[in-house]
Design a protein around this ligand. Sequence first.
Ligand code: UDX
Ligand code: ADP
Length: 461
Amino acid sequence: MAFTIKKICCIGAGYVGGPTMSVIAQQCPDIQITLVDMNTERIAAWNNPDLDQLPIYEPGLSDIVAEARGRNLFFSTDVEKAIEEADMIFISVNTPTKNYGKGKGMAADLKYIELCARQIADVATSDKIVVEKSTLPVRTAAALKSILHNTGSSVNFHILSNPEFLAEGTAIQDLLNPDRVLIGGENKEAIQALVDIYAGWVDKDRILTTNLWSSELSKLTANAFLAQRVSSINSISELCEKTGADVQEVAKAIGMDTRIGSKFLKASVGFGGSCFQKDILNLVYIARSYNLQEVADYWEQVILMNNHQKQRFADNIIQTLFNTVNGKKIAILGWAFKKDTNDTRESAAIYVADHLLNEQADIHVYDPKVPAEKVFVDLEYLNSRPDAETRRLASVSEDPYEACKDAHAIAILTEWDEFKTYDWARIKRNMKSPSFIFDGRKLLDRAQLEELGFVYYAIGE
Ligand code: UDX
Ligand code: ADP
C-alpha cells in the first residue's frame, strides 16, 4: 500500500528539527508541517514576527521561515494534536550523553526519545511512519519499535532512520544541496514515502536506502571519521610547533592528494558541537558492550587527542604569560563552537576558559551571536567552582574593543569572519604590553600583527 503524506509533525524544534522542517516546508508547499516542542519559550521565539529573534541563528534560515511560516509551516506546543493529525512523524529531540548511572559520560541518554515514543503510542489513532532524525546509537530503532508495537492498539507504525548530515552554519545549503540523503528501514512503501519527499529537490542518485542498522551506524561512522581528521591534523599541529613545520603547509600538501582530500584538515583549538564527541562516545560504548576493546580504544583516542588540544592551548597561554594568569585580564574572542552559529554545545572555548578560571584569570568574553547568560550557564554546567566565583572572575562584553581593553592577552577561539576586520592597531594601543594573541583558529595575519607590536602565537606554527 502506497502512503500519501499530507501532514508531517516534527517533535523537537532545535538545531536539527528547525532548519530541516523549514527546508522541507519550503520545497514541498503541499505538505503541512507542524514543528512541536515542549519548550514554550522556544516555540514562541519561532513564532516571533521579528525574524531576528528566531531561537537559532543559521545563515539563510530566516528567509525560508518568512516564506513558509503560516503557509504550510507551523510551530506549536500542542504535541498531541500534531501527532494525532500527522501521517509522518520526525523525532528530532536531543540525545545528550548520559550524566548519571550506567554508561555515564559515554552512552546517549535516550529518555527524550523514549518519552516521544510513548507519547506517539498513546495518542496515535491512525497508521504512522515514524522517522528517527536525532543522532542515535545503533539499534535505537529497535527500542522505538518495541514501544510502538506493544501498544495493544491496531495502529501500525513503520520506523525509518533518516540521519541528519547538516553542519551548523551551513545547514540550509547542506539541506538544499546534500551530498546524500540516507534512509534506512524495513517497509518498502514507508521508505518510498520519504524518498518521494526528498526527491522533490534532491537528485535521485543521491538518495540512498539501506537497512535500519546500516543507516544508524553510518551516521556515527561519518561523524567519527570527520572528527578523526580534525584530531589527526591537531596531533600534527603540536609536532609542527616543536619542529618548525607549518601545519597549514602540511595540510595543503597532504590535502592535494586526491585520496586524502583537502576538507576538514584545519588545525584548531579542538572540535566542539553537539555531535562529534557524543557520537564517538556512542561508538566506543557500543564497541565495549560487544567486548571489542581494540575498536573502542581506537576511537576513544580521537576524543583524548581533542581534550589534549584544548588543554595544551590553555597551558600555553599560562606558560607564555610568565606562568601565571592570576588576576590578569584575558579576552576571549568567540564562544560558539564554530562560526555562523549561536550554538555553544561542547565548544572548545568553554574548556579553555574553565582552565584559565581555575588559574584565577580574569576572563572577558565576546561573541557576535552568543548571549551573555549562555556563557555563564556553559561555565557553571562544568561545576568547577562556586557559581559566584565564576561570575566574579568572568564577564561578557557586547563590544569586542571593550573585551580587549587593558587585556594582557587575547585568545581567538571561534573563526568568526568579523575578527579579521577589526582595527587591530586600536586594540593594541589599549592593551597591556607585551600584548599577546593566541590564535586557536589560525585566523589572523601574523605579519600584520607583529608589525603592530603584538606577540602572536597560532596553532601549528
Ligand atoms: C557535524 C557534521 O559535519 C555533520 O555532518 C553532522 O550532521 C553533525 O556534526 P557540526 O558539528 O555542525 O556538523 O559542524 P562541523 O562543521 O562538522 O564542525 C565540528 C567541529 O569541528 C567544529 O568545532 C569545527 O570548528 C571543528 N573543525 C572542523 C575543525 O577544527 N577543523 C576542521 O577542519 C573542521
Ligand atoms: P538538536 O541539535 O538535536 O536539534 P536541540 O537541543 O537543539 O537538539 O533540540 C531538541 C529539542 O527537542 C529541544 O528544543 C527540546 O525542548 C525538544 N524536546 C525534547 N524532548 C521532547 C519531547 N518529549 N516533546 C517535545 N519536545 C521535546
